[in-house]
Design a protein around this ligand. Structure first.
Ligand code: CTP
Length: 403
Protein backbone atom coordinates (compact mmCIF):
# COMPACT_ATOMS: atom_id res chain seq x y z
CA UNK A 1 0.00 0.00 0.00
CA UNK A 2 2.89 2.39 0.73
CA UNK A 3 4.91 1.40 -2.31
CA UNK A 4 5.62 4.49 -4.41
CA UNK A 5 3.89 6.85 -1.96
CA UNK A 6 5.57 10.21 -1.37
CA UNK A 7 5.53 11.25 2.27
CA UNK A 8 6.44 14.71 3.49
CA UNK A 9 7.47 14.04 7.08
CA UNK A 10 7.42 17.04 9.40
CA UNK A 11 9.51 16.47 12.51
CA UNK A 12 8.57 18.81 15.34
CA UNK A 13 10.43 19.37 18.60
CA UNK A 14 9.77 16.59 21.08
CA UNK A 15 11.85 13.86 22.63
CA UNK A 16 9.90 11.34 20.52
CA UNK A 17 11.74 12.72 17.47
CA UNK A 18 14.40 10.13 18.34
CA UNK A 19 11.98 7.49 16.98
CA UNK A 20 11.80 9.20 13.59
CA UNK A 21 14.90 7.48 12.10
CA UNK A 22 13.24 4.09 12.64
CA UNK A 23 9.99 5.40 11.14
CA UNK A 24 11.85 6.58 8.01
CA UNK A 25 13.61 3.21 7.69
CA UNK A 26 10.33 1.28 7.90
CA UNK A 27 8.58 3.58 5.41
CA UNK A 28 11.40 3.23 2.90
CA UNK A 29 11.47 -0.55 3.35
CA UNK A 30 7.88 -0.48 2.13
CA UNK A 31 8.81 1.46 -1.00
CA UNK A 32 7.68 4.92 0.17
CA UNK A 33 9.87 7.95 -0.47
CA UNK A 34 10.31 10.28 2.50
CA UNK A 35 11.21 13.97 2.34
CA UNK A 36 11.71 15.65 5.71
CA UNK A 37 11.06 19.09 7.12
CA UNK A 38 12.88 19.48 10.43
CA UNK A 39 11.78 22.25 12.80
CA UNK A 40 14.22 24.12 15.06
CA UNK A 41 12.84 22.16 18.03
CA UNK A 42 13.06 18.84 16.17
CA UNK A 43 16.72 19.50 15.38
CA UNK A 44 17.41 19.52 19.15
CA UNK A 45 16.59 15.80 19.23
CA UNK A 46 17.58 14.42 15.86
CA UNK A 47 20.22 15.70 13.46
CA UNK A 48 19.55 16.72 9.86
CA UNK A 49 22.44 14.47 8.82
CA UNK A 50 20.74 11.39 10.29
CA UNK A 51 17.47 12.20 8.51
CA UNK A 52 19.26 12.96 5.23
CA UNK A 53 21.22 9.70 5.38
CA UNK A 54 18.11 7.62 6.12
CA UNK A 55 15.72 9.36 3.74
CA UNK A 56 18.32 9.73 0.98
CA UNK A 57 17.01 13.28 0.40
CA UNK A 58 17.91 16.78 1.47
CA UNK A 59 16.30 18.10 4.64
CA UNK A 60 14.28 21.31 4.60
CA UNK A 61 14.77 23.54 7.66
CA UNK A 62 14.67 27.15 6.55
CA UNK A 63 11.68 29.00 5.10
CA UNK A 64 13.83 31.69 3.55
CA UNK A 65 16.65 29.55 2.16
CA UNK A 66 17.60 30.88 -1.24
CA UNK A 67 18.98 27.50 -2.36
CA UNK A 68 15.92 25.56 -1.26
CA UNK A 69 13.56 28.05 -2.85
CA UNK A 70 15.42 27.93 -6.16
CA UNK A 71 15.40 24.11 -6.11
CA UNK A 72 11.83 23.69 -4.91
CA UNK A 73 9.65 26.47 -3.51
CA UNK A 74 8.06 25.73 -0.13
CA UNK A 75 4.59 25.78 -1.70
CA UNK A 76 5.64 23.14 -4.22
CA UNK A 77 7.21 21.13 -1.39
CA UNK A 78 3.86 21.05 0.41
CA UNK A 79 2.06 19.79 -2.72
CA UNK A 80 4.67 17.39 -4.06
CA UNK A 81 3.60 14.62 -1.69
CA UNK A 82 0.76 12.13 -1.29
CA UNK A 83 0.42 12.95 2.41
CA UNK A 84 1.94 15.24 5.05
CA UNK A 85 2.84 13.32 8.19
CA UNK A 86 3.65 15.25 11.37
CA UNK A 87 5.59 13.04 13.78
CA UNK A 88 5.98 13.91 16.52
CA UNK A 89 3.25 16.56 16.60
CA UNK A 90 3.77 18.80 19.61
CA UNK A 91 1.07 20.83 21.40
CA UNK A 92 2.69 23.88 19.84
CA UNK A 93 2.46 22.72 16.21
CA UNK A 94 -1.14 21.53 16.78
CA UNK A 95 -2.02 24.98 18.12
CA UNK A 96 -0.37 26.68 15.16
CA UNK A 97 -2.16 24.39 12.71
CA UNK A 98 -5.47 25.21 14.38
CA UNK A 99 -4.83 28.95 14.32
CA UNK A 100 -3.40 28.96 10.79
CA UNK A 101 -0.06 30.36 11.90
CA UNK A 102 2.71 30.05 9.33
CA UNK A 103 5.94 31.21 10.96
CA UNK A 104 8.39 28.56 9.80
CA UNK A 105 8.74 26.11 6.93
CA UNK A 106 6.79 23.34 8.74
CA UNK A 107 3.72 25.42 9.57
CA UNK A 108 3.86 27.16 6.18
CA UNK A 109 3.84 23.80 4.38
CA UNK A 110 0.90 22.67 6.54
CA UNK A 111 -1.07 25.80 5.71
CA UNK A 112 -0.21 25.83 2.00
CA UNK A 113 -0.83 22.18 1.24
CA UNK A 114 -3.68 20.74 -0.77
CA UNK A 115 -2.82 17.21 0.40
CA UNK A 116 -4.14 15.12 3.31
CA UNK A 117 -2.47 15.62 6.68
CA UNK A 118 -1.85 13.01 9.39
CA UNK A 119 -0.50 13.94 12.82
CA UNK A 120 1.01 11.78 15.57
CA UNK A 121 0.72 13.81 18.79
CA UNK A 122 3.36 13.38 21.47
CA UNK A 123 3.68 15.50 24.60
CA UNK A 124 3.41 15.59 28.38
CA UNK A 125 0.11 14.17 29.68
CA UNK A 126 -1.01 17.49 31.22
CA UNK A 127 -0.32 19.29 27.96
CA UNK A 128 -2.30 16.62 26.08
CA UNK A 129 -5.30 16.71 28.39
CA UNK A 130 -5.29 20.51 28.65
CA UNK A 131 -8.57 21.93 27.31
CA UNK A 132 -6.63 24.09 24.83
CA UNK A 133 -4.97 21.06 23.22
CA UNK A 134 -8.17 19.03 23.30
CA UNK A 135 -10.08 21.88 21.64
CA UNK A 136 -7.37 22.13 18.99
CA UNK A 137 -7.60 18.38 18.46
CA UNK A 138 -11.34 18.62 17.85
CA UNK A 139 -10.84 21.45 15.35
CA UNK A 140 -8.18 19.50 13.48
CA UNK A 141 -10.39 16.39 13.40
CA UNK A 142 -13.25 18.48 12.05
CA UNK A 143 -10.89 19.60 9.27
CA UNK A 144 -10.28 15.93 8.37
CA UNK A 145 -6.77 15.83 9.77
CA UNK A 146 -5.97 12.16 10.52
CA UNK A 147 -4.89 11.55 14.13
CA UNK A 148 -2.68 8.62 15.20
CA UNK A 149 -2.20 8.08 18.93
CA UNK A 150 -0.98 9.18 21.32
CA UNK A 151 -0.44 6.01 23.34
CA UNK A 152 -0.45 5.73 27.13
CA UNK A 153 2.49 4.77 29.33
CA UNK A 154 5.67 6.16 30.89
CA UNK A 155 6.49 9.54 29.41
CA UNK A 156 10.00 10.92 28.93
CA UNK A 157 9.23 13.66 31.47
CA UNK A 158 8.80 11.03 34.19
CA UNK A 159 5.01 11.28 34.36
CA UNK A 160 2.63 8.51 33.33
CA UNK A 161 -0.42 8.81 31.04
CA UNK A 162 -1.46 9.65 27.51
CA UNK A 163 1.13 11.43 25.43
CA UNK A 164 3.52 8.81 24.01
CA UNK A 165 4.16 8.93 20.28
CA UNK A 166 2.27 6.06 18.61
CA UNK A 167 4.47 3.04 17.90
CA UNK A 168 6.14 3.07 14.49
CA UNK A 169 4.16 -0.04 13.45
CA UNK A 170 0.91 1.72 14.38
CA UNK A 171 1.84 4.80 12.34
CA UNK A 172 2.59 2.52 9.36
CA UNK A 173 -0.73 0.70 9.87
CA UNK A 174 -2.60 4.04 10.00
CA UNK A 175 -0.95 5.13 6.74
CA UNK A 176 -1.86 1.79 5.15
CA UNK A 177 -5.47 2.16 6.28
CA UNK A 178 -5.55 5.71 4.97
CA UNK A 179 -4.26 4.76 1.52
CA UNK A 180 -6.53 1.71 1.48
CA UNK A 181 -9.53 3.96 2.07
CA UNK A 182 -8.30 6.41 -0.55
CA UNK A 183 -7.83 3.70 -3.14
CA UNK A 184 -11.49 2.74 -2.76
CA UNK A 185 -11.87 5.47 -5.41
CA UNK A 186 -9.07 3.99 -7.58
CA UNK A 187 -9.39 3.21 -11.28
CA UNK A 188 -9.69 -0.53 -10.58
CA UNK A 189 -11.91 -0.26 -7.51
CA UNK A 190 -13.95 -3.41 -6.96
CA UNK A 191 -12.15 -5.29 -9.79
CA UNK A 192 -11.08 -8.77 -8.73
CA UNK A 193 -7.63 -9.66 -9.98
CA UNK A 194 -5.59 -12.85 -9.79
CA UNK A 195 -1.80 -12.63 -10.15
CA UNK A 196 0.62 -15.57 -10.20
CA UNK A 197 4.25 -14.85 -9.34
CA UNK A 198 7.60 -16.47 -8.63
CA UNK A 199 8.92 -19.89 -9.54
CA UNK A 200 7.53 -23.24 -8.51
CA UNK A 201 9.47 -25.98 -6.73
CA UNK A 202 8.89 -29.50 -8.01
CA UNK A 203 10.18 -32.01 -5.45
CA UNK A 204 12.58 -34.80 -6.38
CA UNK A 205 12.51 -36.06 -2.80
CA UNK A 206 11.79 -34.33 0.55
CA UNK A 207 14.97 -32.23 0.34
CA UNK A 208 15.66 -31.69 -3.37
CA UNK A 209 13.64 -29.95 -6.06
CA UNK A 210 13.63 -28.70 -9.65
CA UNK A 211 13.07 -24.98 -10.12
CA UNK A 212 14.20 -21.91 -12.09
CA UNK A 213 15.78 -18.51 -11.49
CA UNK A 214 12.57 -16.48 -11.18
CA UNK A 215 12.68 -14.04 -8.23
CA UNK A 216 9.00 -13.08 -8.19
CA UNK A 217 9.97 -9.38 -8.28
CA UNK A 218 7.95 -8.58 -11.42
CA UNK A 219 4.82 -10.50 -10.42
CA UNK A 220 4.81 -9.12 -6.88
CA UNK A 221 5.30 -5.56 -8.20
CA UNK A 222 2.32 -6.06 -10.55
CA UNK A 223 0.15 -7.26 -7.66
CA UNK A 224 1.15 -4.19 -5.62
CA UNK A 225 0.56 -1.76 -8.52
CA UNK A 226 -2.91 -3.20 -9.24
CA UNK A 227 -3.80 -3.03 -5.54
CA UNK A 228 -2.70 0.61 -5.51
CA UNK A 229 -5.31 1.29 -8.18
CA UNK A 230 -7.99 -0.18 -5.95
CA UNK A 231 -8.17 -3.75 -7.26
CA UNK A 232 -8.91 -6.65 -4.90
CA UNK A 233 -5.83 -8.69 -5.64
CA UNK A 234 -5.15 -12.34 -4.85
CA UNK A 235 -1.49 -13.13 -5.36
CA UNK A 236 -0.64 -16.81 -5.79
CA UNK A 237 3.06 -16.84 -4.98
CA UNK A 238 5.56 -19.61 -5.52
CA UNK A 239 8.58 -19.80 -3.19
CA UNK A 240 10.21 -16.37 -3.26
CA UNK A 241 12.12 -14.07 -0.93
CA UNK A 242 9.87 -11.14 -1.89
CA UNK A 243 7.80 -9.75 1.01
CA UNK A 244 4.01 -9.93 0.75
CA UNK A 245 2.81 -6.65 -0.82
CA UNK A 246 0.59 -4.57 1.47
CA UNK A 247 -3.13 -4.72 0.77
CA UNK A 248 -2.94 -7.94 -1.25
CA UNK A 249 -4.30 -11.39 -0.26
CA UNK A 250 -1.33 -13.73 -0.65
CA UNK A 251 -1.62 -17.50 -1.08
CA UNK A 252 1.78 -19.19 -0.83
CA UNK A 253 2.26 -22.38 -2.81
CA UNK A 254 5.15 -24.59 -3.77
CA UNK A 255 4.32 -26.67 -6.84
CA UNK A 256 2.59 -26.01 -10.16
CA UNK A 257 -0.25 -28.32 -9.14
CA UNK A 258 -0.80 -26.27 -5.95
CA UNK A 259 -0.59 -23.03 -7.97
CA UNK A 260 -3.29 -24.27 -10.34
CA UNK A 261 -5.53 -25.35 -7.45
CA UNK A 262 -5.11 -21.98 -5.67
CA UNK A 263 -5.73 -20.11 -8.95
CA UNK A 264 -8.96 -22.04 -9.54
CA UNK A 265 -10.05 -21.28 -5.99
CA UNK A 266 -9.46 -17.56 -6.62
CA UNK A 267 -12.05 -17.58 -9.44
CA UNK A 268 -14.24 -15.89 -10.45
CA UNK A 269 -12.16 -12.82 -11.19
CA UNK A 270 -12.20 -10.03 -13.75
CA UNK A 271 -8.53 -10.01 -14.66
CA UNK A 272 -5.76 -12.63 -14.45
CA UNK A 273 -2.07 -11.84 -14.80
CA UNK A 274 0.13 -14.95 -14.98
CA UNK A 275 3.63 -13.73 -14.22
CA UNK A 276 4.84 -16.92 -12.52
CA UNK A 277 7.66 -18.92 -14.06
CA UNK A 278 5.87 -22.20 -13.59
CA UNK A 279 8.07 -25.28 -13.95
CA UNK A 280 7.03 -27.11 -17.11
CA UNK A 281 7.58 -30.53 -15.57
CA UNK A 282 7.37 -32.27 -12.23
CA UNK A 283 9.11 -35.43 -11.12
CA UNK A 284 6.66 -38.22 -11.90
CA UNK A 285 7.82 -40.54 -9.17
CA UNK A 286 9.10 -38.13 -6.52
CA UNK A 287 10.51 -40.10 -3.61
CA UNK A 288 8.80 -39.86 -0.21
CA UNK A 289 12.16 -40.49 1.45
CA UNK A 290 15.52 -38.83 0.83
CA UNK A 291 17.34 -40.48 -2.06
CA UNK A 292 20.61 -41.92 -0.83
CA UNK A 293 23.88 -41.42 -2.66
CA UNK A 294 24.66 -44.56 -4.63
CA UNK A 295 27.20 -45.49 -7.21
CA UNK A 296 24.71 -45.00 -10.07
CA UNK A 297 22.98 -41.60 -10.12
CA UNK A 298 19.17 -41.93 -9.93
CA UNK A 299 17.10 -41.53 -13.08
CA UNK A 300 14.55 -38.72 -12.83
CA UNK A 301 11.34 -39.23 -14.79
CA UNK A 302 9.62 -35.99 -15.66
CA UNK A 303 5.93 -35.54 -16.38
CA UNK A 304 4.30 -32.36 -17.77
CA UNK A 305 2.76 -29.82 -15.41
CA UNK A 306 -0.64 -28.27 -16.02
CA UNK A 307 -0.46 -24.94 -17.85
CA UNK A 308 -2.14 -22.48 -15.50
CA UNK A 309 -2.36 -19.62 -17.99
CA UNK A 310 -3.83 -21.81 -20.72
CA UNK A 311 -6.29 -23.31 -18.22
CA UNK A 312 -7.49 -19.90 -17.01
CA UNK A 313 -7.75 -18.57 -20.58
CA UNK A 314 -9.89 -21.45 -21.83
CA UNK A 315 -13.27 -20.21 -23.07
CA UNK A 316 -16.01 -20.76 -20.53
CA UNK A 317 -18.16 -18.98 -17.94
CA UNK A 318 -15.25 -18.72 -15.46
CA UNK A 319 -12.83 -17.13 -17.95
CA UNK A 320 -11.62 -13.74 -16.65
CA UNK A 321 -12.49 -10.88 -18.99
CA UNK A 322 -8.84 -10.00 -19.46
CA UNK A 323 -6.14 -12.70 -19.29
CA UNK A 324 -2.52 -11.61 -19.47
CA UNK A 325 0.48 -13.93 -19.75
CA UNK A 326 4.23 -13.49 -19.86
CA UNK A 327 6.59 -14.98 -22.41
CA UNK A 328 10.11 -15.58 -21.23
CA UNK A 329 12.18 -16.07 -24.37
CA UNK A 330 15.82 -16.22 -25.35
CA UNK A 331 15.91 -14.79 -28.86
CA UNK A 332 13.27 -14.02 -31.50
CA UNK A 333 11.29 -12.68 -28.56
CA UNK A 334 8.34 -10.99 -30.27
CA UNK A 335 7.66 -13.68 -32.86
CA UNK A 336 7.80 -16.51 -30.30
CA UNK A 337 5.60 -14.53 -27.91
CA UNK A 338 2.97 -13.94 -30.61
CA UNK A 339 2.77 -17.69 -31.18
CA UNK A 340 2.55 -18.29 -27.42
CA UNK A 341 -0.26 -15.74 -27.02
CA UNK A 342 -2.36 -17.47 -29.65
CA UNK A 343 -1.52 -20.96 -28.40
CA UNK A 344 -2.55 -20.12 -24.82
CA UNK A 345 -5.59 -18.07 -25.85
CA UNK A 346 -4.62 -15.13 -23.65
CA UNK A 347 -5.57 -11.56 -24.54
CA UNK A 348 -2.19 -9.91 -23.97
CA UNK A 349 1.25 -11.36 -23.55
CA UNK A 350 4.17 -9.49 -22.04
CA UNK A 351 7.29 -10.69 -23.79
CA UNK A 352 10.71 -10.35 -22.27
CA UNK A 353 14.19 -11.56 -23.07
CA UNK A 354 15.60 -13.79 -20.35
CA UNK A 355 18.91 -14.58 -22.07
CA UNK A 356 21.79 -14.86 -19.57
CA UNK A 357 23.15 -11.36 -20.39
CA UNK A 358 19.74 -9.64 -20.05
CA UNK A 359 19.71 -9.67 -16.23
CA UNK A 360 15.92 -10.11 -16.28
CA UNK A 361 15.70 -13.17 -14.04
CA UNK A 362 16.54 -12.00 -10.53
CA UNK A 363 17.41 -8.43 -11.66
CA UNK A 364 15.59 -5.16 -10.97
CA UNK A 365 15.10 -4.09 -14.59
CA UNK A 366 12.95 -5.45 -17.38
CA UNK A 367 12.61 -4.68 -21.08
CA UNK A 368 9.19 -5.80 -22.31
CA UNK A 369 6.97 -5.82 -25.36
CA UNK A 370 3.22 -5.74 -24.77
CA UNK A 371 1.59 -7.90 -27.43
CA UNK A 372 -2.14 -7.90 -28.07
CA UNK A 373 -4.10 -9.45 -30.94
CA UNK A 374 -3.83 -6.14 -32.77
CA UNK A 375 -0.41 -4.68 -32.02
CA UNK A 376 2.99 -4.77 -30.34
CA UNK A 377 4.12 -2.00 -28.01
CA UNK A 378 7.81 -2.04 -27.05
CA UNK A 379 8.73 -0.29 -23.81
CA UNK A 380 12.19 1.00 -22.90
CA UNK A 381 14.17 -0.74 -20.16
CA UNK A 382 12.47 0.16 -16.89
CA UNK A 383 12.62 -0.84 -13.24
CA UNK A 384 10.31 -3.79 -12.60
CA UNK A 385 8.25 -1.50 -10.35
CA UNK A 386 7.86 0.96 -13.24
CA UNK A 387 6.89 -1.85 -15.65
CA UNK A 388 4.29 -2.91 -13.08
CA UNK A 389 2.87 0.60 -12.71
CA UNK A 390 2.75 1.17 -16.48
CA UNK A 391 1.05 -2.19 -16.98
CA UNK A 392 -1.45 -1.47 -14.20
CA UNK A 393 -2.20 1.87 -15.89
CA UNK A 394 -2.75 0.13 -19.23
CA UNK A 395 -5.05 -2.42 -17.58
CA UNK A 396 -7.00 0.40 -15.91
CA UNK A 397 -7.44 2.22 -19.22
CA UNK A 398 -8.61 -0.99 -20.87
CA UNK A 399 -10.91 -1.80 -17.95
CA UNK A 400 -12.52 1.64 -18.16
CA UNK A 401 -13.38 1.04 -21.82
CA UNK A 402 -14.24 -2.63 -21.93
CA UNK A 403 -14.74 -4.24 -18.52
N1 CTP B 1 2.64 -20.71 -17.59
C1 CTP B 1 1.69 -21.30 -16.77
N2 CTP B 1 1.79 -22.61 -16.45
C2 CTP B 1 2.78 -23.36 -16.93
C3 CTP B 1 3.76 -22.77 -17.77
C4 CTP B 1 3.65 -21.44 -18.07
O1 CTP B 1 0.77 -20.61 -16.30
N3 CTP B 1 2.85 -24.63 -16.61
C5 CTP B 1 2.45 -19.32 -17.95
C6 CTP B 1 3.48 -18.36 -17.36
O2 CTP B 1 3.03 -17.84 -16.14
C7 CTP B 1 3.55 -17.30 -18.45
C8 CTP B 1 3.27 -18.05 -19.73
O3 CTP B 1 2.60 -19.24 -19.34
O4 CTP B 1 2.53 -16.35 -18.29
C9 CTP B 1 4.45 -18.42 -20.56
O5 CTP B 1 5.44 -19.01 -19.79
P1 CTP B 1 6.84 -19.39 -20.43
O6 CTP B 1 7.70 -20.02 -19.41
O7 CTP B 1 7.38 -18.22 -21.22
O8 CTP B 1 6.41 -20.43 -21.53
P2 CTP B 1 6.08 -21.94 -21.48
O9 CTP B 1 4.62 -22.12 -21.67
O10 CTP B 1 6.68 -22.57 -20.29
O11 CTP B 1 6.79 -22.42 -22.82
P3 CTP B 1 8.36 -22.56 -23.16
O12 CTP B 1 9.03 -22.88 -21.86
O13 CTP B 1 8.37 -23.66 -24.15
O14 CTP B 1 8.78 -21.25 -23.74
Amino acid sequence: MLNGKRILLIVAGGIAAVKVPDLIRRLRERGASVRCILTKGGAQFVTPLTLAALSGQKIYQDLFSLTDESEMGHIQLSRDADILLVAPATADIMAKMTAGIADDIATTALLATDKPVMICPSMNVMMWTHPATQANLETLKARSVEIVGPGAGDLACGEVGDGRLAEVKDIIAALNRFFQRQRGDGALARMRVLVTSGPTHEPIDPVRYISNRSSGKQGHAIAAALANLGAQVTLIAGPTAEPDPDGVAVVRVETAAQMLKASREALPCDIAVCAAAVADWHVADASKTKLKKSTTPPRINLAPNPDILATLAQPGPQRPLLVIGFAAETGDVIEKAKVKRAAKNCDWIIANDVSPGSGTFGGDDNTVHVITAQNVESWPTLKKREVAEKLAGLIATHAAKFL
